[in-house]
Design a protein around this ligand. Structure first.
Ligand SMILES: CC(C)(COP(=O)(O)OP(=O)(O)OC[C@H]1O[C@@H](n2cnc3c(N)ncnc32)[C@H](O)[C@@H]1OP(=O)(O)O)[C@@H](O)C(=O)NCCC(=O)NCCS
Length: 399
């Protein structure tokens, strides 16, 4: 089977990087010489490998990130670089690795974990549940013409990300505090954006404070202005950013921008023709998944006035019977025998994925039942719906 161990930073060059290059890039790879350049961006990651007779058979990495869950910013383990040697696949290596990796990061205090799956059903067995994929909206800058004449409060800042990075990082930290689901990298990983310096940074500012930001690049004259995530705190900021794009009408044919799944760009302007797309396909184009690793993640979250008894089943990390009480507006959890025998409160049985779906706000309790993620009678569904109102998470970080 091979032995599992955590590798040091330098060892990545000859173990996990080699497997990842084969699994995720064009190959045979000529980029081996470039591997050392990437080491600093992996510095604080936890990478486990399976090894036999000096050969690396599989690897999996956790990035110590932070994520907003219904207003609380919590430590989140971003799982990445999951790869098995082509001759060692389908022998259970990744299953074993993932158990150990999640044991360790949970022990270390990560309340949440998220990843981009090669196949969602594989990770569903580990209790992960699907989160929405951001939309990509494409439009012609000509359709933004009405914005050219708009008087908007504030101004835009325009620079390379290499110089503007501190303002960008600070603004994403604000989004982390304010937006459900939003996740950011640790500093050592995030600075890769600054160091690569292959994006423009556009910011909306009011009295010097950043209220919106987007990074982008242009592929060619007459081509496309390809923006990453359009981040903004209000419609003024969004309009300032789009007004800037409108000035590219004689330069590019199209503008594309990534947006949170609950944005409705067709309502931004009259006569704005948009193409909105979210493609999920296996294995190349996945929507993210996430899960709770401990119930501590739920304690104190803002919650509606419901009370329900939840029995957690079929999971390595979440278990027991708990009373979830949102009547004070702040979620309280109680375990123990008294709770387990109390019959006056509606009761549901949930898998880890079922509870995670409710906490992340992505499924209705009835959908949890329909998807086989729990047994949720109507009275318990009503309570759970009050405690965990639906809310669209926006993961943002791509790893
Ligand atoms: C996808 C990948 C990571 C899977 O790794 P792996 O070590 O083969 O994974 P496991 O063996 O633990 O599990 C894979 C499957 O083999 C099955 N399996 C495990 N042990 C087995 C055994 N002894 N005999 C037969 N099948 C077995 C598992 O049950 C699982 O079945 P499923 O297809 O029904 O889900 C690997 O194929 C890979 O590196 N692919 C390319 C890169 C990639 O896509 N990475 C994922 C990014 S998130």
């Amino acid at each position: 089977m091979g032995a599992i161990r955590r590798i040091s930073s330098e060892e990545r060059l000859t173990t996990s990087f080699v497997l990842s290059a084969y699994a995720f890039e064009a190959s045979p790879s000529r980029r081996v010489d470039e591997f050392p350049r990437y080491l600093p961006y992996h510095e604080g990651n936890r990478t486990l490998i399976v090894e036999a007779e000096g050969e690396t058979l599989a690897a999996a990495t956790s990035i110590p990130m932070r994520q907003n869950l219904r207003g609380a910013v919590l430590p989140m383990a971003g799982v990445a670089g999951v790869a098995t040697h082509p001759l060692a696949r389908r022998q259970g290596h990744v299953r074993t690795l993932l158990h150990q990796l999640l044991d360790e990061v949970r022990e270390e205090g990560h309340a949440l974990t998220a990843l981009y799956p090669f196949r969602p059903s594989f990770y569903a067995r580990f209790g992960y549940v699907g989160l929405p994929k951001p939309r990509t909206v494409t439009f012609s800058p000509a359709d933004l013409a009405p914005l050219l004449r708009a008087e908007l409060p504030g101004e835009v800042g325009w620079e390379r990300i290499g110089t503007g990075y501190p303002a960008w990082r600070e603004f994403t930290e604000r989004c982390l505090r304010e937006r459900h689901g939003f996740a950011v990298f640790p500093d050592y990983r995030d600075v890769r954006l600054r160091d690569d310096d292959d994006r423009w940074l556009l910011t909306a500012r009011v009295d010097g404070a950043v209220t919106g930001a987007v990074t982008y690049r242009i592929d060619d004259h007459g081509g496309e202005l390809i923006a990453d995530d359009l981040l903004f705190t209000d419609p003024y900021a969004r309009s300032l950013l789009l007004q800037f794009f409108a000035r590219h009408v004689d330069q590019v044919e199209r503008v594309s921008v990534r947006l949170a799944a609950d944005e409705l760009p067709e309502l931004w302007l009259t006569d704005l023709a948009v193409h909105v797309q979210a493609l999920t396909a296996r294995p190349g184009s996945s929507a993210p998944m996430g899960r709770l690793l401990t119930l501590d993640a739920l304690s104190g979250l803002p919650a509606g006035p419901g009370r329900v008894r939840v029995e957690l089943t079929d999971d390595r990390w979440l278990a027991g019977t708990h009373l979830l009480d949102g009547t004070t507006g702040s979620l309280e959890l109680r375990g123990g025998t008294a709770t387990a025998t109390s019959t006056s409160v509606p009761a549901a049985t949930l898998t880890a994925a079922g509870l995670s779906a409710l906490a992340y706000g992505v499924l209705d309790p009835i959908e949890v039942q329909l998807r086989g993620l729990g047994q949720v009678p109507a009275d318990a569904a009503a309570e759970l719906r009050r405690i965990f109102p639906r809310q669209v998470p926006y993961l943002f970080a791509d790893f």
